[in-house]
Ligand binder design. Structure first.
Ligand code: PAF
Length: 283
């Protein structure tokens, strides 16, 4: 596996891959890899000739009181996992090179960012769009892979790519879960033993809420079912439980749209998110 830290080295390798007529599959990450990331690589591997992974804990997407410094990092372990997964090139830039000067130009996500995580993390998705813009320009991917666990991020990036004609395809990859249903996340390491036992209830609560919605078509009641299950079974504090259309993320839940039931819960040292999406056939 090729390992590069500098943008120019990345560009040379991208140029060589393009000249050789290779398709590029891209997996952008913030590192501390887990099976969710490995699943993204697996899909990228199957569908492309050359797989690039980036590891960059992007300061632009963390608010002033968020966990940028505490975000878990282990480049040595990540490198081994990337090799095992079949990544061809690992790009791990420095913040100084990614963001050398501030020309005052910002990219703002639209209304999709005003709900769910965007409501409690103002500016977060602007920061995500800032880094993916740079990464997409540098990596020039044919296809780029995002997990459905970060469903709001995925919806916003899909919209951005479509609206601004990025010459690439966004691929949705299903959430990877632990055996007990907890969605894999880099933040799970911050759960206490007790919280780790409680956390799978989030997924169960979402399922119960969706089943209720399928029966009664009442979004308010369905979210209440979910809230009650989380409140009764965990010590976490709910940030949000919302049932919205997907991917536009509005309250317009007409029958011909997919819907998402999305949840965020604060535990002592970790904020966990999870969701389930139902298409218009109820699958
Ligand atoms: O999902 C993530 O890990 C990050 O938000 C991303 C897409 C790599 C941008 O920093």
């Amino acid at each position: 596996m090729i390992q590069v830290q500098l943008i120019n080295d990345l560009k040379e390798n991208v140029k060589a891959a393009k000249q050789a007529g290779k398709s590029i599959g891209f997996v952008p990450t913030m590192g501390f890899l887990h099976e969710g990331h490995m699943s993204l690589v697996k899909h990228a591997r199957e569908e492309n000739d050359f797989v690039i992974m980036s590891i960059f804990v992007n300061p632009a997407q963390f608010g002033p009181n968020e966990d940028l410094d505490r975000y878990p990092r282990d480049l040595e372990r990540d490198t081994k996992m990337a090799v095992e997964a079949g990544v061809d090139l690992l790009f791990f830039p420095q913040a100084e090179e990614m963001y050398p000067q501030d020309g005052g130009i910002t990219i703002r996500a639209g209304a999709q960012a005003d709900v769910l995580c965007g409501a409690s993390r103002p500016g977060h998705f602007d920061g995500v769009l800032k880094v993916v813009t740079k990464l997409f320009h540098l990596v020039e991917p044919t296809k780029v892979y995002f997990g459905q666990k970060d469903a709001q991020q995925l919806a916003i990036i899909e919209t951005y790519v479509r609206d601004y004609n990025f010459p690439l395809e966004v691929r949705r990859v299903p959430t990877v879960r632990e055996e007990d249903g907890l969605a894999k996340s880099s933040r799970n390491v911050f759960l206490s033993e007790k919280e780790r036992v409680e956390a799978p209830l989030i997924q169960q609560a979402i399922q119960m809420g969706l089943e209720d919605y399928q029966k009664n078509q009442d979004a308010e009641k369905a979210t209440l079912v979910t809230i009650q299950h989380i409140e009764n079974g965990t010590s976490g504090n709910i940030d949000y439980v919302e049932l919205l259309s997907y991917p536009d993320l509005t309250n317009n839940l007409s029958n011909n749209k997919s819907i998402i039931l999305a949840v965020a819960v604060f535990f002592e040292k970790a904020r966990l998110i999870d969701n389930l999406i139902l298409n218009n056939k109820g699958e």
